[in-house]
Design a protein around this ligand. Structure first.
Ligand SMILES: CC[C@H](O)CC(=O)C(=O)O
Ligand SMILES: [Mn+2]
Length: 330
């Protein structure tokens, strides 16, 4: 049995380093992942193509330069990009392909797959490996996820991901969703975790056991909030479970330790803030915005995050974090 691992250190990790990756850092990480046999790894702003902005955070280096740097190191690996319709455009995807991208994951809020039709179709027309990525999957019922995933499949997605953006799911939530998708869809199923409740590895194991064949991880867990399932640990766990990953564990550990660890701006751990992300069901990428707003308005980050969870804020509503902080300060 084979599990395809897609590493998101150079995309989800962009949130964690405040979008400050340099071309040299990306080149070194890409070189290491290619040598280790990682089939796909994602490169772009944390919020996907076109994400560099005041709203989401400005990139230190143009993401097309990062994609080019990564693609230049690939002999067997392929560079993936994330595209959130409305943040990135079809033009951004075409430019990413010119820079060397071979795969696209079109991401929408879990109840809004219909906004992805033309982007998924374009991905297929461009010859890319094309996936749909249902963000904040904890917010929808199993029936709703099946409905939305079926839309992705009908547009041409070859893989549909259940994405635990808030790190709020428990293994039984993952099992239910992946099993229902396996029963209904023909395409492959993927899973993306965040470790805010320390459930990333348990959820990943649940996903694979339920039939998911594409799994995300990041080296040293570099990602938003408490980070993702740690790729090098996941490779070891999957090997012990008897799955083929095609990855050389030692090469991957060396890349994690020698390239990714020195880039990290803070330890990738479960802090009070990231714990509340998982507990209240808040987007992992909201954490650093909440910390900034907390400082600016003299309130506690966890009060902001708890309120954001109550408001059921979704990606794109980062400005609400500052409004909530201002209200709390009053
Ligand atoms: C804001 C985009 C987000 O980081 C995508 C993702 O990785 C997730 O929803 O977990
Ligand atoms: Mn993520």
């Amino acid at each position: 049995m084979t599990v395809n691992i897609l590493d998101v250190s150079l995309r989800d990790g962009s949130h964690s380093v405040r979008h400050a990756f340099t071309a040299d850092q990306v080149r070194e990480a890409a070189k290491g992942m290619n040598a280790a046999g990682v089939r796909y790894f994602e490169v772009s702003h944390g919020d996907g193509l076109g994400g560099s902005s005041l709203q989401y955070g400005l990139s230190a280096t143009d993401e097309l330069k990062l994609i080019e740097a990564a693609a230049g190191e690939c002999t067997t690996s392929e560079v993936a990009v994330l595209l959130i319709p409305g943040i990135g455009t079809k033009g951004d995807l075409q430019a990413a392909v010119k820079a060397g991208a071979k795969m696209v994951r079109v991401a929408t809020h879990v109840t809004e797959a219909d906004v992805a039709a033309q982007h998924i179709q374009l991905g297929r027309e461009l010859g890319l490996k094309t996936a749909g990525f249902l963000m904040m999957s904890h917010m929808a019922s199993v029936e709703e996820i099946v409905k939305q995933a079926s839309l992705f499949e009908s547009y041409g997605a070859e893989i549909v991901y259940v994405t635990d953006s808030a790190g709020a799911m428990l293994p039984k939530d993952v099992t239910e969703r992946i099993c229902a998708l396996k029963q209904t869809l023909q395409c492959e199923i993927g899973f993306h975790a965040h470790n805010n409740l320390s459930m990333a590895m348990a959820n990943t194991v649940a996903a694979v056991e339920a039939g998911a064949t594409f799994i995300d991880g990041s080296l040293r867990a570099l990602g938003a909030g408490a980070g993702n399932t740690q790729t090098e640990v996941m490779v070891a766990v999957l090997e012990k479970m008897g799955y083929e990953t095609g990855i050389d564990l030692y090469e991957l550990i060396d890349t994690a330790n020698n390239v990714i660890a020195p880039i990290m701006q803070q330890p990738q751990e479960i802090t009070g803030g990231s714990l509340i992300l998982g507990h209240s069901g808040v987007y992992s990428s909201f954490l650093l915005h909440a910390q900034k707003a907390a400082k600016q308005f003299g309130v506690h980050e966890r009060d902001i995050l708890k309120q954001i969870g109550k408001l059921k804020a979704v990606g794109g509503q980062e400005d609400l974090i500052y409004e909530v902080a201002q209200d709390l300060a009053r």
